[in-house]
Design a protein around this ligand. Structure first.
Ligand SMILES: Nc1nc2c(c(=O)[nH]1)N[C@H]1C(S)=C(S)[C@@H](COP(=O)(O)O)O[C@H]1N2
Ligand SMILES: [Mo]
Length: 584
């Protein structure tokens, strides 16, 4: 391999002294560099090329449809044909003789846990959406091609960033809610997800072990006419006679079946569909099931759950509340107030949890981060070892628009270099290496050229495919020869982060020899632009975008990242409670 003419000054000091090493332990008014709140717009959906429909209109439209529906249902119930139909299909499918009667206590507990956990999942999920309040169908996150947004159209400023696009949610709605609090929202979301999935697995096992599944799975085609019958009966406000202790009506069964056996697994699958490591590894699947399709469907699953919860609670409370609550909360079938009492006590727990979650998160963000990492960390670590092959995308997949992100470099040092077209640029590589070097751009370009067309996954939710040209990190390793004790590699930027101190990130050395880890100096066959990280940026495709440092000035090999900066493995980890393993 061509050995560049290596300058002797590579052994120079480290850039550590330019880092901010303060310990951030609360979310306060200085959060994210004092980022001001921004509330976006009411949610809207695109109709056709560029017309936007404000979803708030659905409220009056929905009410109108409901009123019309009631009038129509009441009218047609007078018709003999409809009366015959309802007599023939009263609303319930027959259960097998072996089906259990009644609801056991464990079901009540699982039902409560499920609803309690879902509060945090939904609220933190909405906070994650707020960090990039747009949805797309393709992997390109092209402005104007979003099908849903809670933000104004993307302004024409070519350097507009995804961070500028993020919106604030009220603290009682989002978890936590503050603008760009996605790091903490993700600990809540992914951490509680593991508990929710665990609860779900126990639920699956128990319903199949006890035969309760027979009450949730439609077992004959007559559930369809029966559910139409139920819908007519509900809408005409003359409700079916039923006994949920023994059998649910057909509309209920369909709704429960979809929720338990379709929506819940879909939540998991669409969630994993957004993982950079999995998407890069499982190429065939992710070529069809792109991150944006996964993210859009994940959102539609959320919409289903929210709609289901509203309808379910409404009907439970309007169709014999005491008896229904006894079934689920007291495992008994009578009209006493016992179930209501337990339900009311559980609601106190829910309300306390709801109200306390955001203030607790602002006061103890490191606790949220630690617990979240304890829960989801094992899965994130597992996926990190996926070294993927190049070649997933070709030129025709390159995104027409690639978002910018982060805080641009404004230092005199950088401006001077940029003005001189980076002729004086030196990439300093040192630390625990046999052969520290200072490489000019010319020397970097003399190293074996590496190209890859890959997809970028920003933690905020947008993605884009680009062709990157530069040097693979393996070539750099070959030049500098890391010592055996080097376990982590720190990338230092010219750019100062929002709270001061230069931006940096720590990468595990294992990933430096992955086929898709490289230093890029070209993008889409052009010299890397200012906005995307000129003169040199990192690509490591098993990781989320925030770990891919732009405007790199130095690389240092260290034993552990705890020696560096705030000690948590990167600027966002130190300041905004992100994690250092971000394969999901
Ligand atoms: N120095 C520096 N590098 C950075 C950032 C930053 O703020 N400063 N932002 C990161 C984030 S969050 C993302 S998503 C990508 C965005 O790269 P792009 O602007 O080329 O899309 O850069 C990453 N690298
Ligand atoms: Mo990002």
């Amino acid at each position: 391999m061509p050995s560049p003419d290596i300058g002797p000054d590579g052994a120079q000091s480290s850039f550590r002294s330019e880092l901010d090493s303060k310990h951030y332990t609360a979310v306060d008014e200085h959060w994210a560099g004092g980022l001001p709140a921004q509330y976006g717009v009411a949610p809207r959906v695109r109709i056709g090329r560029s017309k936007w429909f404000n979803l708030l209109w659905l409220i009056p439209i929905g009410l109108l449809i409901l009123v019309i529906g009631i009038a129509v249902a009441r009218g047609i119930r007078e018709l003999p044909a409809v009366q015959d139909f309802i007599r023939q299909y009263p609303g319930e499918s027959e259960l097998p003789d072996s089906a259990p009667v009644g609801l056991p206590a464990w079901l009540g507990w699982q039902h409560f846990l499920n609803l309690f956990l879902m509060i945090f999942i939904i609220r933190s999920g909405v906070t994650i959406i707020a960090d990039h309040p747009r949805f797309y169908w393709t992997r390109h996150s092209t402005p104007g091609k979003d099908w849903f947004r809670m933000q104004k159209p993307v302004p024409s400023d070519p350097l507009y960033t995804a961070k500028q696009d993020s919106i604030t949610l009220p603290d009682g709605v989002g978890l936590p809610g503050r603008r760009h609090s996605i790091g903490l929202a993700r600990w809540w979301h992914l951490g509680v997800d593991t508990l929710w999935l665990l609860n779900g697995v126990v639920f699956y096992i128990l319903i199949f072990a006890t035969g309760q599944w027979m009450r949730l799975v439609p077992m004959s085609w007559d559930v369809f006419p029966n559910s139409i019958s139920v819908a007519i009966q509900y809408l005409s406000l003359d409700w079916p006679v039923e006994n949920g202790w023994v059998n649910y009506n057909s509309l209920q069964i369909i709704a429960y079946f979809v929720t338990v056996f379709i929506a819940a697994p879909a939540a998991l699958i669409t969630g994993l569909g957004m993982s950079p490591a999995l998407s890069t590894r499982f190429r065939r699947v992710s070529s069809v099931f792109s991150i944006q399709l996964a993210r859009s469907l994940h959102f539609l699953v959320l919409c289903w759950f929210v709609m289901f919860i509203i309808m379910h609670v409404t009907l439970v409370l309007t169709t014999g509340a005491l008896r229904n609550l006894n079934h689920m909360y007291a495992a008994r079938d009578d009209g006493s107030w016992v179930g209501f009492g337990i339900f009311a006590a559980s609601m106190v727990v829910v309300i306390v949890g709801w109200v306390a979650a955001t203030p607790f998160t602002y006061r103890h963000p490191r606790v949220v981060q630690k617990v979240g990492y304890a829960l989801i960390g094992p899965a994130q670590r597992l996926f990190e070892h996926l070294d993927s092959k190049p070649g997933q995308y070709s030129e025709k997949d390159i995104s027409p628009y690639f978002w910018h992100n982060g805080k641009y470099p404004e230092t005199d040092e950088y401006k001077r270099l940029e003005a001189g077209n980076f002729a004086d640029y030196k990439l300093r590589i040192n630390g625990l290496v046999e052969n520290p070097v200072d490489l000019s751009l010319e020397q970097l370009r003399a190293l074996p050229n590496h190209e890859q067309i890959t997809q970028h996954f920003c933690i905020q939710g947008w993605s884009g495919v680009a062709k990157w040209g530069g040097v693979s990190m393996q070539s750099i390793l070959d030049v500098v020869q890391p010592k055996p004790e080097a376990k982590w590699v720190i990338f230092y930027s010219y750019a100062v982060g929002p709270d001061g101190g230069i931006y940096y990130d720590a990468q595990p050395i294992e990933q430096m020899s992955y086929k898709l880890t490289m230093l890029a100096y070209d993008m889409n066959d052009d010299t890397l632009s200012f906005g995307h990280g000129a003169p040199v940026r990192l690509r490591n495709e098993v990781q989320l975008g925030f770990k891919l440092v732009k405007w790199i000035k130095g690389i240092e090999f260290v034993e552990h990242f705890s020696e560096v900066g705030g000690g948590l493995g990167g600027y966002n980890n130190d300041h905004e409670f992100f994690g250092y393993r971000q394969s999901i």
